[in-house]
Structures are given as structure tokens and as C-alpha cells.
Write a protein that binds this ligand. Sequence first.
Ligand code: FES
Ligand SMILES: [Fe+2]
Length: 436
Amino acid sequence: MAMSDQFEVLSQVSKGTKVGNLFRSVWLPAILSSQLPKPGGEPVRVKLLGEELIAFRNGKGTVGITQANCAHRLAPLFYGRVGDQGIRCAYHGWLYGTDGQCLEMQNEPDPAVCAKVKITAYKVVEKADIIWVYMGEGEPPAFPKFPWIDLPKSQRNATVWLQESSWLQGIEGELDSSHVSILHTNPATMATSPVHQHYSATDLSPKILAKNTPVGILAAARRNADDKFYWRVSQFMLPAFSSIPSADFPIGGRAFIPIDDQNAYTWDFNYYDKDLPQAFLDYVGKGLAFPPQSNYQSYKLNTGTIIDTWIPVRTATNNYLIDREGQSLSSPTGIHGLNDQDRAMQEAMLPLQGTSGRVVDREKEFLVAADIAIVRARRRILEVVRDEASLQKFRDTIKDGSAYCVKPLDVVSDLDEIDAFVKKFDRELSPQLEPA
Ligand code: FES
Ligand SMILES: [Fe+2]
């Protein structure tokens, strides 16, 4: 496949596309449970993989995620009323259950007509205060065994907000360890983010090493640490999940879930082996890391759809509120938080023609050794989506969910070679290997 075709494949997520099929093979976080706080309450407009959807909680508490528009004359269900059984279109009163079945037509008395109408509805599961959706056909895989998924509420945290770029630009940032020493490190104080040890501020050109795992890749950044090496190993799990190590803070990770080809929801997941520390909550509460400062609101995407989610305060249209004076004095960017800094870099990369600046023109890049993990991740995705057989093989790998039980690692070690390192720290990186 020509390089340009490969890049096109990677950014296309709608139904019937290769990467679209990959995303339709896994459970995806759709919204936070808190977005549907009460049975029978207001529905939420969601767009996923190019599909316009609506999420609602019926009067009995069951959540449905269905197509956003009524089957009759395609009016938006968002303005409808949610009741005990489901959502009723405001226009002519057609009622839909959480499984998409039309249950009543107020302007058509023949029940046989109603029985024939079923709108698209996806399988939904509510776990760890998140509503997850499976948008594929047939039986979904078992739920992914993320190490944080069954922890008590006080030990985990999830947030979500809008990223105005292709999902891939977001996940590539997770695999780009060298930028942390530069974009996120204060040149005046040499203070880097609290998830790094101080070596990240002194060694700006880490050696990047990558290795395939059953579910994706692990990407290691090896920095000099006096007479040893400072290893930071991140996990990338297909299609779009990361798990990033932490020196002092709870472990963090992201998911970049495509809204469409040009926009994504960024999810942030944190977890800790005890209650999340107050210092951490204070730090993230200021928008200094993930999530950025944002407001929950309705928002019209550049692609035309209105969604309900958290919209960052700092965006391309206000130059991320950059403080040029602060930039020259103490900050590498003059931009407030880590995610604001990331989005400033990722949302306005040189655009591929016709994408309104949301999909970077990867053919024009000039990559170096620091980009090895990004190249490896792109290749890994392309291998998996190459044909139906390779995608099926991936589906088999994730079928029981255990492939997602991986952990990142932040450690100083004598070892300098990736294979020896992975061998030594196998149990830490893949805790499912732990004897029961
Ligand atoms: S458009 Fe919804 S009931 Fe007519
Ligand atoms: Fe970053």
C-alpha cells in the first residue's frame, strides 16, 4: 500500500473502513455515568466513529445508546421525552426502547407497523462510572480487564473532553516521550511533570525502544540516570488506549476515541493502589494536567453535529490563552496545562488538504530516532487491519479481556537492553501472569 493510502486508512473511522472496523471490535467509553445522572432525565448527544447517537437512561435506570434521529421523519430524538420504557420523539410521538425497538406510534394505530420499526441501538455496559458501548455486529468480546476497572471509586478517576483533531494525533502524543522533556519541562526550574523523575529534565534525547505485545506495543524511553538508566515504559493497547507510568503520582492513561475523522473524545483514566492523594487531586483540579479546564456544554463540531461534552477553555480560536511574557520567563510554552500544551501542538498540525486542519499530512513529516514508537504503533495498527483474517486474529486475542491487563513502569535499572529489561520486569508489565 502506498504511504499516502496507509495514512488515509489510519484516519478513517466510519462504518466499513478498516480502522472503523477495528474500533467496532472493542468496548469503547462513550460517556461518563454522571452525564445521565437520573432515570428519565435529559438525554446526551454523542457522536462516535462518524455516527450520530443519543444516550438516555430510561425511567427504570437502563441506559440506551441509539441513533440520534427518529426513524419516521428523522427528527432529532434529543428533544424527545424520556420515560419508563424509553425515549419518545417529540414530533409525532414514536417511542423507542433502549434496544431501539419502536414500542408505540401515536400517529399510527396499527401495532403491526410499529413492530416493523427498529432503530440502530448498540450494546451498552456501565462499569467504573463510565458507560461503554460496543458498536460492532455479533457478540462483543469480554470486557477488557484494565487493572483499574474494579478498583473502589476512591482509587480511580475518569474524565473526558473534546480534542479537535484526528484521534491518531492524540494517541501518537502518548507514544512521544521525548516531547515531555521539552514541551512540558520548565527551562528555568528544570521541573518536569510530577509523573517523571528529574532525569527527564536533564536527558532531552531519550533512546526510544519499542516491542510488540499481544494487544499493542510497549514503548520504552531510556534516559541516562547517573551511572544507570531511567526507564519509562508506556503501554499502547489497540485501538487507542495508553497507560503511562508515574514516578510519584497515580498511574495515568488516555483513550482517544474518534468522534469522526477530524475530532476525538480524549479520556483520562487515573488509578492508585490507595485513595487518590489530595496533592494529586489539587494538581489536576487546577487544569494543570488532565483534564484541561473545561465546561460541560453543547458544542457544534466543525463537521456540523452538535454534541454534549466537556469543551476546553483554551482552544485554537483563543490561541490557548498563551502568555508570551510567561513563556520568556519561566514556562516552555506560556500555555497553562499539560493537555492544553499537547492540544496546541496536535490540533493545528499541517493539515492534509480537505480536512480543515484536523488530520496531519504525515507524508510531509521528517521523522527521527525519537519517533520510533510512533512509527511502530502506526505499523501495528496497519498490520491488524490489513485484512479480515488479521483483524479476526486480533479479535481472538482480546476475546477474554485479559490482554488489556497491562501496566506501565517507571524504574531506574542497570539494564540497557529492551529484551533483557522486559524479561526481568515481565510480571510488573503483564500482571495477569501473576500466579493466582
Ligand atoms: S419524526 Fe419522530 S415521530 Fe415523526
Ligand atoms: Fe504531552
